[in-house]
Design a protein around this ligand. Sequence first.
Ligand code: MTE
Length: 313
Amino acid sequence: MLIRKPGKISESEVTPYELYLNRRRFIGRAGRIALLGAIAPSSLAAGDLVPGEAEAATLGPQEDELTPYEDVTTYNNFYEFGTGKADPARNAGTLKPKPWTVEIGGHCERPGDYGIEDIIGRFPAEERIYRLRCVEAWSMVIPWMGFPLKDLLEFVQPTSRAEYVEFTTLYDPDQMPGQRRRVLDWPYVEGLRMDEAMNPLTLMATGLYGKELPNQNGAPLRLVVPWKYGFKSIKSIVRIRLVEDIPATSWNLATPNEYGFFANVNPEVDHPRWSQARERRLGEIRRRPTLMFNGYAEEVASMYDGMDLRRWY
Ligand code: MTE
């Protein structure tokens, strides 16, 4: 697969990039940036962070350089807008992320239709810097804005019958013209086991680089599961259901021998058609070794204790 050569960074990218590099000095590992919740994303600046408070809060790869905004928003997978990497940025203007309603149902005490504004208002955004690694061997480091899926699930109160969470993307070929072609079974669906969904690393993203999520990145609400291959990170979600049985997932339906339900980043388990041992960071030429669970083993490995990860790929 061809990877775009690193482009010249334009003036407009320099500011957020520098800003985030500065802010990252204050960000340690694991937890929440309580302080950020109180501040509107657009008003954030490096000076807003009080080191003592923010240090308690952290996630994500400290040593990694952020992928420029331009690359994160122009090199995408979003088959509802075409199968080429440049297609989503070009075509996703037809998506209307406002107004937007998310139907939450299944085995929970507070099912209902929740407006996106209510969701965003109820769960204030935090910043988290995560790697996203896509199966086709490219990766990015993205400062996401969002809230832990756990907070939303705790709000709707899953019952004891809820074993999995099922997610569904919008189905509307007028807004998503790629759905007129049967490249996948539409709408796009994904799922997580309950413990994965409740892991503090699992994010409902509403923005990146301190800005609202661009359509091509899954506006207005997408999942980000940083220790799994990118296809688990379903975009433009309209339905979340708490279910008893393991949900169907789009790529597993399409090619079950290539894409499993778990899809944990694992350099030791190859894709049937290629090695998964190395990856190319977007904008770099060299290929770097892929880390087990994408570098988040400490936070997530125990969920898979005793599981044969070759079988449960
Ligand atoms: N969600 C929907 N609805 N449709 C898609 O085609 N592609 C997935 C995932 N979420 C996809 C999706 C894949 S294969 C990847 S690698 C990531 O989105 C890419 O996210 P990004 O474009 O923001 O980097």
